[in-house]
Each structure stands twice: as structure tokens, then as C-alpha cells.
Ligand binder design. Structure first.
Ligand SMILES: *[C@@H]1O[C@H](CO)[C@@H](O)[C@H](O)[C@H]1NC(C)=O
Ligand SMILES: *[C@@H]1O[C@H](CO)[C@@H](O)[C@H](O)[C@H]1NC(C)=O
Length: 382
């Protein structure tokens, strides 16, 4: 009897160890990463697959946008903008969504829905795992290939105001920056005023190409009193006014002949019904993504926003600015933004994205070559 029960105990112990190992393997998956430690370069772009070798075959399409303003509102939930109360929360944004030249999407953030991994996802196009939550409080500089590094290397001048996590991730990348601290969660006024105070003078200037704003106030309100608090609507109206100010300034600056601007409104993650975030519930992962640019067709009414992945923004912005797509990006370019370009350019953009994704697959899968040898191209019959 004694022997039997100790065998049983051993069995239970082994079972537990296997269970824990299985859990850890699933919870901390091996990230999809290129084994090469270099960064993507424009000169590595593949040639256009034309019949014959034209001298123009490495040609890249002209960038779509000259200037990009990225307005990130922390914890902006999808229904704050697209839901039934969207019209009263953010009237100007809703006007742009319904009648402006814009594209609207619900961008799915992957858990963990915490700010630092989400900023990494937005800039690298890769999906950081739970291990990043541990490092969320002490984020060291981001060494992986990313959009900000690519933009800086291409000579783009970047200005940043907002959550100082960005300044820690990108310590030398910004021409000008002012980080606000998210340490005092009870403060939801000064964190945002510290960002907005720079706006009037920055918008008048011509010496920058990319402006990034990260507003923390809404997230703090969520943590204090939840998504249905009476503080939420005034905050969203404040954000709407800021978006209107930026949009009006971009419209008035739009010079004849030069490339158009792009204004992006997005959230890093949403907010649960209790005002927290970090998990994988619908209100936490669904964030709005609104792209506004004269390069798009005008909308004729409210459409149900399509669902995209949050990581799709990184390759979309890279191609839109004429930059190489970051090496570890798993995002797909959002096809809507290409609608006004020629068919050949659209194909070329998709080709660049497809090539980058296949390079990532090749570099991160050891038996990629073995598998691909078995695939034979199907030739059209003569
Ligand atoms: C190659 O580029 C030149 C200049 O950009 C253009 O005039 C010419 O038509 C292009 N040729 C082809 C085959 O696309
Ligand atoms: C806002 O700016 C002031 C002055 O630069 C600074 O003292 C204060 O700490 C900032 N507040 C936050 C929340 O970053």
C-alpha cells in the first residue's frame, strides 16, 4: 500500500512539473525574430519582378506622405470614438471619420495590454511577450530594428512630447522632446497640459517631419474612476479639440504640389469595464485607428471600421514615408492607404511587404529551406 501511494505521489509531482513547463512555454513563447542582428536597409529592397531586367527594376515608389503626426491617446477604447457616444465624445474626430478623407480601423492590440510593449509593437511591428511587462517599469533603450531608428537614419527630424517611456526607449532619436511622467496616476491634467503647451509653437514650425504625441490623462482617469466616470467625456472633448487644432494647422500648411500629410489617431491599449488594462478582454484590446490625409478619398458616411492588427501600423508608416520595413515586423501594410496610388505602385508596396515577411520567416525558421525545396512553382500551360 505504502509503495503504491508513493508511486502515485511521484506521478502527481511529474505531472505538475510537466504542467508548469507547458504553461511557461505557452506564456513566454519564443518570439519570432530574425537571427540576423543587422537592421533593414533600403538598398536591400528586392527588384521589381518584371519580365526581363529593366534598369528601373529596383525603383521604389515615391513616398506617400511628407509629414506624419501620430497622436496616441493612452487607453483610448474603440467605442469612445466609434460607439454610440462617439459623436458627443469626439465630435470633430467623428466628422473626419464619417465625412473626411480618412480611413478608420479597429486595431487589435495583443496582450499584455500595457504601455511599453504596445509602444514596441507600434514601432517595431513585432509582438512583445509577457516578459516585457516585467521590464515595463524600467524600459531600457530599444535596440531592435524599429520605425523611429529607420526614420532618424533616413534623416527625418522627429519631435516627441508625452509619456517619457518613449524617451527611455529612444534616447537619442528625437530632435526635441519633453517627457511627462506617468508616476502620479492621480494627475490627469498636468500630464496632458505639459504635452499641449508645446503644440502651438511646434505646429507653426517647418523644421520637423514626424511629430509624436502621447497623452496619458485618459489612462489615469480610467485607473482613478473607470470608463464610465464623469471625467471621461471632458477629457475626450479635450483630445478632440487637440486633434482639430492639429488637423486645421496641417490643412492650412498643405502647400500646392508637395506630398500630403498624414494624421494618425490611435490608442496603445483599451480600458476594461473597471478602468484597468493588461488583460485580453475585448475592451482592453480594441483600440481605434484613424488615418486622415488628403491622399485618401472622402468618406460618404459612417462605415463599420474594419479590424486590423495594431502591428500593421509599423509597415504602413514605413512604406508611407519611404523607409524600409523593420526586420522583425509581422504586420501587413493596410491596403486602404494605397488606394489613390497607381496599380503598379500598389503591387510594388505589397511586394516589398511580402518580401520582408518572407525574409523574416526564412531567418527565423531553421527548416525553412528544407520545406521550400518541396514547393514547385506551378507553371502556366503553354
Ligand atoms: C525608367 O525610369 C525613367 C525615369 O524615371 C522613365 O522615364 C522610364 O520610363 C522608366 N522605364 C521603365 C521601363 O519603366
Ligand atoms: C510638467 O512640466 C513641469 C515643468 O517643466 C514639471 O515640473 C512637471 O514635473 C511636469 N509634469 C509632469 C506630470 O511631467
Amino acid at each position: 500500500m505504502r509503495v503504491r501511494s508513493s508511486v502515485f505521489a511521484c506521478f502527481i509531482l511529474i505531472f505538475e512539473v510537466v504542467g508548469v513547463a507547458l504553461f511557461l512555454r505557452g506564456f513566454f513563447p519564443v518570439p519570432l525574430k530574425s537571427s540576423l542582428s543587422s537592421k533593414s536597409r533600403l538598398s536591400d529592397s528586392p527588384a521589381e519582378p518584371l519580365a526581363g531586367s529593366s534598369p528601373n527594376s529596383t525603383r521604389l515608389p515615391q513616398p506617400l506622405f511628407r509629414r506624419v503626426v501620430l497622436m496616441l491617446v493612452d487607453a483610448l477604447r474603440e467605442d469612445f470614438v466609434f460607439g454610440p457616444t462617439g459623436g458627443s465624445n469626439m465630435p470633430y474626430t467623428r466628422y473626419l471619420v464619417e465625412k473626411g478623407s480618412s480611413h478608420s480601423f479597429v486595431a487589435k492590440a495583443r496582450p499584455p495590454t500595457v504601455t511599453m510593449p504596445r509602444i514596441k509593437a507600434l514601432t517595431t511591428g513585432s509582438i512583445p511577450g509577457f516578459i516585457d511587462v516585467v521590464m515595463n517599469l524600467n524600459s531600457p533603450a530599444l535596440l531592435e530594428d524599429n520605425l523611429i531608428w529607420q526614420a532618424k537614419t533616413a534623416g527625418k527630424r522627429i519631435i516627441f512630447y508625452g509619456d517619457d517611456t518613449w524617451v527611455r526607449l529612444f534616447p537619442k532619436h528625437f530632435m526635441e522632446h519633453d517627457g511627462t511622467t506617468s508616476f502620479f496616476v492621480s494627475d490627469y491634467t498636468e500630464v496632458d497640459n505639459n504635452v499641449t503647451r508645446h503644440l502651438d509653437s511646434t505646429l507653426k514650425r517647418d523644421d520637423w517631419d514626424i511629430l509624436i504625441l502621447h497623452y496619458l490623462g485618459l489612462d489615469h482617469i480610467g485607473h482613478i474612476s473607470g470608463p464610465h466616470s464623469s471625467l471621461v467625456q471632458p477629457k475626450l472633448l479635450e483630445m478632440d479639440d487637440i486633434l482639430k487644432k492639429i488637423h486645421s494647422s496641417l490643412v492650412s500648411k498643405e502647400a500646392e504640389g508637395s506630398l500630403p500629410y498624414l494624421l494618425v489617431l490611435c490608442g496603445d491599449h483599451g480600458m476594461s469595464e473597471t478602468g484597468s488594462h493588461g488583460g485580453s478582454s475585448e475592451p482592453e484590446v480594441n483600440t481605434p485607428l484613424v488615418l486622415v490625409s488628403p491622399a485618401f478619398k472622402r468618406k460618404a458616411g459612417m462605415e463599420t471600421p474594419r479590424v486590423v492588427e495594431q502591428v500593421d501600423l509599423a509597415p504602413t508608416l514605413a512604406l508611407g514615408l519611404g523607409l524600409p520595413i523593420s526586420q522583425n515586423s509581422v504586420g501587413r501594410v493596410i491596403p486602404g492607404i494605397l488606394e489613390e496610388t497607381s496599380l503598379r505602385d500598389q503591387l510594388r508596396f505589397l511586394h516589398l511587404n511580402g518580401h520582408q515577411l518572407s525574409c523574416l520567416l526564412r531567418d527565423s525558421t531553421p527548416d525553412y529551406k528544407k520545406g521550400s525545396r518541396e514547393i514547385h512553382p506551378v507553371l502556366p500551360p503553354d
